[in-house]
Design a binder for this molecule. Sequence first.
Ligand code: ADP
Length: 162
Amino acid sequence: MRIGVYPGTFDPITYGHTDIIARSLQIFDTVIVAVAPNPSKRPLFDLAHRVKMVKHATRGLQRVRVEPFNGLLVHHARKRKAQAVIRGLRATSDFEYEFQMTLVNRKLDRSIETVFLVPSQEYSYLTSSIIKEVASLGGPLDDFVHPYVATQLIQKLRRQHP
Ligand code: ADP
């Protein structure tokens, strides 16, 4: 059984993320979406809320598990008996950071590979930050995020800036 762990902040999950999850399911039997607290990124949504949104956005996808995780990614991957970590590659700007993380993770656990997947071109410019910006300016979100996520974004931003 091939298990892949797809880690991230998912603040919030976008169609770019779900594109990567769908592609991962062609390679892995089970994909575990592991949502990181990442307080240094000062997320807009708390961890439980981000997990809930990922669950909504992946509801139609079989063989996907969603959970929060704490601590080192390689420890979590080993605990889940995963063979690989999955990461999405957008523009070349992702490359340097991902390359560094991959080599550090390999140093920490040589048995876990990192697999990079490239999203459909229409999502290759999408970031959670851009979506938050569009939402805060009242722009349409339908092409970028699941309807449930769009509602959560609008409510959250309304609460912050009534
Ligand atoms: P992190 O804080 O770990 O970068 P993110 O939620 O921003 O968490 O991203 C998680 C993973 O998904 C990363 O590998 C990132 O490159 C990838 N990703 C984010 N947005 C997209 C997208 N639009 N298309 C493909 N991959 C993406």
